[in-house]
Design a protein around this ligand. Structure first.
Ligand code: ATP
Length: 450
């Protein structure tokens, strides 16, 4: 992967996210839960916008993809068939000296807790154990008995809910191959080395789509989805030079995969380019295994050609949290403002992702300004998430909105009360337009996608 050319903004971002209510550590008052995070008032809007953009692009705008919301708990045989019980493992090594625990296949990226921090195994005193395989699935029990017969798993990916429902969806919607099934949902992995904020967590959300195609047409569709998915990330404003394809080759390629590419994003600093989405040609591995383990035929009947076959699957699998982090990192910037001592921090989020689309200010609390500003905010609220603010200097209010990525600020001033006009300030250009208060909704609609 190419080396990062971007600065490391992670620490600043973690602090901004907490201060402004995007993301909090889970159960913080008890000291926190390891690598589990809660989304605050602005974070929940941001992540929801991202998921909505995905759903719109993958389901609403397409005739050939159907939506699904499968349960987290599935029949335990699902995970035997999928290969997760036997093979969803990471090789784990412990250091007997520093008590650190590392992924044997990621030692290059790891740092030992001893100071000065080195790669595990690099310092003379390191004593690493032999790697042992560690299953990443969370186990629990269904029903009152805690015995192996009642073991169930928290799903480590959403995909299996789609495979087991392949025929239910196909028959109920009368879709014909090629077609896809998409869903968004929680997944759980007992990661050995989670971290980097919401980059690798133990509870996260995936947005996955399985596209079922006729064998032989799979590589054509694979190329199609590879291009579509990269274009989607760009449509969210992720900078083109921060995005990259990484091809899986040799041992990296899962035994059942016919081809696999990651879309990587440059998170800056030492984290650099990392996977945000995987695009895989899985052949007929999944439907074949579920057919074998369930004893139920999962073949598709191609009526016009009078033939039956197990479709091949092209999968696109993207993390909602990891992409939210990419959008935050991509948007974060600090700027010097001409003529002002204090600079500004801007979250240059794409308008479709911004948690607040417009903020409405009354310049002062006098001369009927708050009344007029409240009226404008209330009128907009049913169309866009808006914020009303009348506290602090106007400069401070602009800074507060810049820092959370609000694309437009509308100010009611002395002139407004007299002639019914307001100013609208653009977050990125800082340009201000004076327009009629009645035209604000139209002005925003033209400039806010979706
Ligand atoms: P990695 O190599 O980073 O562990 P993976 O190859 O195991 O990822 P997949 O199983 O292909 O990941 O999952 C698809 C997507 O789900 C990833 O591209 C990522 O965006 C997201 N994802 C996977 N594991 C996590 C996690 N622990 N925390 C947050 N997001 C995750």
């Amino acid at each position: 992967m190419p080396a990062s050319t971007q600065p490391d903004v992670m620490d600043k971002l973690v602090s901004l996210c907490k201060r402004r209510g995007f993301i909090f550590q889970s159960s913080e008052i008890y000291g926190g839960t390891g690598s589990v995070w809660d989304y605050g008032p602005l974070g929940v809007e941001l992540k929801k916008n991202l998921k909505d953009q995905w759903w719109k692009a993958m389901v609403r705008m397409r005739d050939d993809v159907e939506g699904l919301d499968a349960a987290i708990l599935m029949h335990p045989k699902t995970w035997e068939a999928s290969g997760h019980v036997a093979g969803f493992t990471d090789p784990l090594v412990d250091c007997k000296v520093c008590k650190g625990r590392f992924r044997a296949d990621k030692l290059e990226d790891a740092r030992c807790p001893q100071k000065p921090s080195k790669r595990p195994g690099e310092a003379e005193q390191c004593q690493l154990t032999e790697p042992r395989l560690f299953n990443l699935m969370f186990k629990t029990f269904m029903g009152p008995l805690e015995e192996s017969a009642s073991t169930v798993y928290l799903r480590p990916e959403t995909a299996q809910g789609i495979f087991v429902n392949f025929l239910n969806v196909q028959q109920s919607t009368r879709q014909k191959v090629p077609f896809g099934i998409a869903q968004i949902g929680k997944a759980f992995r007992n990661e050995i080395t989670p971290g980097n904020f919401i980059f690798r967590t133990r509870e996260f959300e995936q947005m996955e789509m399985q596209f079922f195609v006729e064998p032989g047409k799979d590589m054509e569709w694979f190329e199609y989805w590879k291009a579509e998915r990269l274009a989607w990330h760009k449509s969210l404003g992720l900078a083109a030079d921060r995005l990259n394809y990484h091809q899986h080759a040799g041992t990296e390629l899962a035994h059942y995969a016919r081809a696999a590419f990651d879309i990587e994003f440059d998170f800056g600093g030492t984290l650099g380019f990392q996977e945000i989405e995987g695009i895989h040609n899985r052949g007929d591995f999944d439907l074949g295994r579920h057919q074998e383990y369930s004893g139920k035929k999962l073949e598709y009947f191609d009526q016009p050609n009078n033939k039956r076959y197990l479709p091949y699957v092209i999968e696109t699998s993207v993390g909602a949290d990891r992409t939210t982090l990419a959008a935050l990192v991509n948007g974060y910037r600090e700027e010097v403002v001409e003529g002002e001592e204090e600079g500004r921090t801007v979250l240059g989020l794409h308008p479709s992702l911004a948690p607040i689309k417009a903020a409405v200010f009354a310049l002062t609390k006098k001369e009927g300004m708050p009344d007029m500003a409240h009226k404008i905010a209330d009128g907009l609220r049913q169309y866009f998430p808006v914020d009303y603010d009348e506290t602090g200097s106007i400069g401070k209010r602009y800074r507060r909105q810049d820092e959370v990525g609000t694309p437009f600020c509308i100010t009611v001033d002395t002139e407004s009360v007299k002639d019914g006009t307001v100013t609208v300030r653009d977050r990125d250009t800082l340009k201000q337009d004076r327009i009629s208060a009645d035209a604000v909704r139209e002005y925003l609609t033209e400039r806010l996608p979706g």
